[in-house]
Ligand binder design. Structure first.
Ligand code: TNX
Length: 530
């Protein structure tokens, strides 16, 4: 009885082995046999030479030695990574594992990088453990024929580093983890009311003063920073290192400077950028001054300088200018803003908001970049056709942005905000409802948009706001995983290939173990209460 049971498990194990790939590939056919990695195995990667060491770093984790570079010899035990001209879509790849060789063919470096990620998921889990204590002389990789390509070109995560700061090492780890899930964009929320995180040479006080809060600082304590001096920022050198680290992993970083709302840091460090007041209105010192003055022309000169430096730091074609939750109450009472409204024949402060967005679009354009903005920017009307809109409030705003002809990233909060609670006992926001792993997985853009409007959707994004990321044991990774695994599959896998039960099985029969080996202290599935 006992032996037949264990036979059953062995068979089940065989059957399931390699069947827990996340995100699920377009096509993965199991084949007979396995490829044995041993000392004499070679790596041949003429088209993508930097992947030679990358692959070897991973092999070494499993077996303690590195493989030699091979030549163009088809007959021998080889892992070969080749560029495939034509036939494959962007970031797509073929991965053929036979007993005699492993062949990767990719359209571009991104595809080759992703083929390796899939290959790693077919290796022993120690491939993710940089500090593995034990090594295997040889190890087997099951034979497969895999054809794969992403559904969406844009597969992103937004990380807020203003509310609570993640240092350079933490951001790099974060990037590595998302890249392993074939997510390719980090939308980096670098400024907000609670701290400015990127060094700007022309305005050094933005970080020397604006990156800190607490006693003696211009910013009051907030979001759990207590009565200590709290903060941190990235030097321009840090940013360059992070950008390179991300580019190696096929991750593009889109920087966001949140304007003209959520700008309390800027207005605290440089009070002249804030509105003047008229009549009986006065603002108490502790009152949030989160909106930049729209009527002060020098503000736009300053923003141009800031955007210029950002443009030099980030190779992405986009700069995200924010545009969300702009409170116009200061503008109403500001003589400069009112004079501007009169001059431009505007009737409402909402029009002034539109004016601000258009000015930002022009500034971004003037530094050679394309504008990205939160969905509120659509209200400005007549945006530049290339301005990329992030629909966060709900699916309706995504639909409206697409109807207005803008390219759209869909991230409706009720599916994509991973700062929401997963369970009633969690610490988390609730304003967009409960967003558990299943909920993220169930997000299907095609359920909400006609085929024509769906054409405008560049992809999907999860939002990791950081108001609650102030407990070391519950920071980004705990909030992020495994929900980001689900989001990755929403972005990568064709809808016909997606199935919650299958995903749950892949997650729990191998992938959670991988997350653990990567060092991610992920959140276990909460007990079911309903
Ligand atoms: C809304 S989404 C915000 C953020 C908060 C978040 C909390 C968006 C553009 N603005 O400022 O951090 O909700 O869930």
């Amino acid at each position: 009885m006992k032996s037949s049971l264990s036979l059953l498990f062995v068979l089940l194990g065989l059957f399931c082995h390699g069947q827990n790939l996340i995100p699920r590939p377009e096509r993965a056919d199991k084949r007979e046999g396995e490829f044995l990695v041993a000392k004499q195995t070679e790596i041949y990667s003429p088209a993508f030479p930097d992947l030679f060491d990358y692959l070897n770093d991973h092999i070494e984790r499993v077996c303690g030695y590195r493989l030699a570079a091979g030549g163009h010899r088809r007959s021998i035990q080889q892992i070969s990574i080749e560029k495939h001209e034509g036939g494959l879509s962007e970031e797509g790849y073929l991965l053929d594992i036979s007993p005699s060789r492993i062949t990767i063919r990719a359209n571009d470096r991104g595809g080759a990088f992703y083929a390796l990620q899939t290959l790693f998921q077919l290796m022993p889990v120690s491939v993710y453990r940089p500090d593995a204590a034990q090594h295997a002389e040889t190890f087997a990789i099951p034979c497969f024929h895999i054809e794969d390509a992403p559904r969406f070109a844009y597969r992103g995560v937004m990380l807020d580093v203003s509310r609570n700061f993640s240092d350079k090492a933490a951001v790099m780890r974060y990037i590595d983890w998302i890249a392993r899930h074939k997510l390719n964009t980090l939308h980096w929320h670098l400024t907000d009311d609670n701290g400015w995180r990127v060094e700007i040479k022309k305005y050094p006080e933005l970080t020397s003063r604006g990156a800190w809060r607490g006693p003696g600082e211009v910013l009051p304590p907030s979001y759990g920073s207590g009565n200590e001096r709290y903060g941190g920022f990235y030097t321009q050198q840090d940013v360059r290192e992070i950008v390179d680290y991300a580019a190696f992993r096929n991750v593009e970083i889109i920087p966001e400077i949140d304007l003209p709302g959520h700008s309390q840091t800027l207005t605290s460090v440089y009070p002249e950028t804030f509105c003047r007041t008229s009549g009986s209105v006065t603002y108490k010192p502790e009152e949030m001054r989160e909106t930049l003055c729209a009527g002060r022309e020098e503000n736009f000169e300053m923003l141009r300088d800031i955007l210029q430096e950002l443009a030099g730091l980030f190779p992405s074609k986009y700069i995200h200018i924010g545009g969300d939750e702009v409170s116009v109450r200061y503008w109403r009472n500001c003589p400069r803003c009112r004079a501007l409204m009169t001059e431009k024949k505007m009737k409402t402060p909402a029009e002034l908001r539109g004016y601000f967005v258009h000015r930002l679009e022009d500034l971004v354009h003037s530094v050679g970049k394309t504008c990205a903005a939160w969905n509120e920017a659509v209200q400005a009307r007549n945006l530049r056709p290339a301005t990329l809109i992030y629909g966060w409030e709900n699916v309706d705003v995504c639909r409206q942005a697409a109807a207005a002809g803008q390219p759209v990233v869909m991230m409706p909060a009720s599916y994509c905000y991973i700062d929401m609670k997963q369970h009633p006992w969690d610490r988390g926001h609730t304003w967009a409802g409960r967003v558990d792993v299943r909920r993220v997985y169930d997000f299907e853009p095609a359920d909400f948009l006609s085929a024509e409007r769906l054409e405008r959707v560049r992809g999907v994004e999860a939002a990791q706001w950081a108001e609650l990321l102030n407990e070391p044991e519950r920071f980004a990774e705990y909030q992020g995983y495994p929900r980001l695994c689900a989001l990755a599959e929403v972005g990568w896998t064709q809808p016909g290939q997606r199935d919650w039960n299958d995903f749950y099985r892949r997650l729990t029969s191998g992938h959670l173990e991988r997350l653990g080996a990567m060092g991610i202290r992920f959140r276990m599935f909460p007990p079911q209460t309903e």
